[in-house]
Write a protein that binds this ligand. Structure first.
Ligand code: CO
Length: 172
């Protein structure tokens, strides 16, 4: 039986659960599938290009990314390789209304499991790479503002619109 997907409330940065490390998933069952389905619905509604489970109050190593019409579901993801640097604008659905320039690896390779527990690897560049690093940070209790030297580097989206890439500003 299919269930109706639900839009969950996205927590904002002051919620302690966003600062805690999430737990590994060991059951790849229907409750995990429901969580992933709800995360996709919630991310699209926001709208954003990435979402981590702890952003909707579930402390598990689960994240989802949708870049260039490709959905990537990540369970227990780990960065196995990172190289190069890219500096670009970044936002977060848990820090609405703001963006900042954040230095990230240009390319990463990530090892993860899918919703059925099968292991896979994915490689990313540009925005997809940035989203992979941003979501895996979330699962370790890290927010993009932690990569800034000062919160004064935050820019209001309304002031930055001209120069900020639309997708990244939408939040990951
Ligand atoms: Co985020």
């Amino acid at each position: 039986m299919r269930h109706a997907m639900a839009i969950r409330r996205i927590l904002t940065a002051e919620e302690p659960i966003l600062r805690e490390r999430t737990k590994r998933v060991s059951n790849f069952d229907s409750s995990l599938h429901r969580l992933l389905d709800d995360m996709l619905e919630t991310m699209r509604d926001a709208p954003g290009v990435g979402l981590a489970a702890n952003q909707i109050g579930v402390p598990l190593q689960v994240a989802i990314i949708e870049v260039d019409d490709k959905i990537t579901e990540l369970v227990n993801p780990q960065i196995v390789k990172g190289s190069g640097e890219q500096l670009d604008w970044e936002g977060c659905l848990s820090i609405p209304g703001y963006v900042a320039e954040v230095m990230r690896h240009d390319r990463v390779t990530v090892k993860a499991r899918d919703r059925h527990g099968r292991e896979f690897r994915t490689r990313g560049t540009e925005l997809f790479s940035r989203a992979l690093q941003h979501e895996i940070d979330h699962l370790n209790g890290v927010l993009y503002i932690d990569h800034l030297e000062s919160l004064e580097e935050l820019v209001r989206v309304s002031d930055a619109q001209e120069e900020v890439e639309e997708e990244a500003a939408a939040g990951i």
